[in-house]
Design a protein around this ligand. Sequence first.
Ligand SMILES: [Zn+2]
Length: 375
Amino acid sequence: MIPVIESIFLRQMASGDRLYLQLYKFIGAQPGKKVYIQSNLHGAEIAGNAVIHQLIEFLLTINESNLAGEIWLVPVCNPMGTNERSHHFSPGRYCLYEAKDWNRIFWDYEKQADNLVAFTKSQLHLDLKVVRQNYLTTIKQQFATILEKINSHSSVPYTEIFSYKLQNLSLDADYLIDLHSSTNQALDYLYYFRNREDSAKYFVLDFGILLDKYDGDAFDEAFIKPWLALEACFKEFGREIKFDVEAWTLELGSGMQIKPDSVAKGVRGVKNYLAQKGVLQIPDFSDDIKTHEMTFASSSNRKKYYAIAGGMIQSRIELGSSVKVGEKLYQILSFNKEGKLPSIIDVCAQQDGLVYDVATNQAVNEGEFVLGVIS
Ligand SMILES: [Zn+2]
């Protein structure tokens, strides 16, 4: 099937040059869910672009009848981040002009929804599909006020324009997938939200982290938080509901690199997820998830280790290792300026767990990130 391709104007630069988003829409023969997939929101995290390319190549080979609903794909979704350089390196995590993380800028309806209790009461006995539609309408009405501000003479800072343009494409999606990787070097894993473990397994990854503590300004959080809040509010009034609305962030390997293995896992995971969710309707297509063991952990059980002294990191434990409390994680080679010989400082694990993320740069100033352990 052939996608509809749309170019969306994003920003005009001081030089007069213009930045765009490009959106690929695959529209199925039957109505169904809307899936929104983007990549490269953080500038150094490029692996997802290859995933989207392979998904496009795959979707080109199937027919409209094999797709229920729509799949929208936006690769290189943040040109400002992707194009940023510092010598050979791609930082790309922050909007430097506003000193903001590109993935902590999104509009979270829950933060302004002060009438959630009244809304819940008014919807308590309605069919879930109707509630979903009514709530989405309310969210969209609030969201539209941002456009008025953008179009006013005083306008708004760029991060608000940018977040509006991405959320405008994705706000009414049923399933949202944001493709990231570590800015450093990490395992392949996903972030998920509460009560979504069963669907998390569809991605056939080894490892998932439940986001149990978050502020709501990340892309996935801003999307799903209002729906989780409404589910919780219904529960308080004695009705257990669960919307078929899901948000995922996949972390695929390392920054500034496209590792074939990480890309392959991403493509396999997204395809299997879409098949399990009934978006892709291809006979005998789904992977067998019953045999796949997935380890779940919580984001609040992550421990980041920051350098206790300035120096060079050596003898660091391998990425993906399991560690026990007291075991050596790494050494710092420290050239003190006290007229003494160089010294070696051992740093040990404070908890049992899995080393899931390690810094690319093995030179550290005191207080810089060295590695992450999750238990
Ligand atoms: Zn990221």
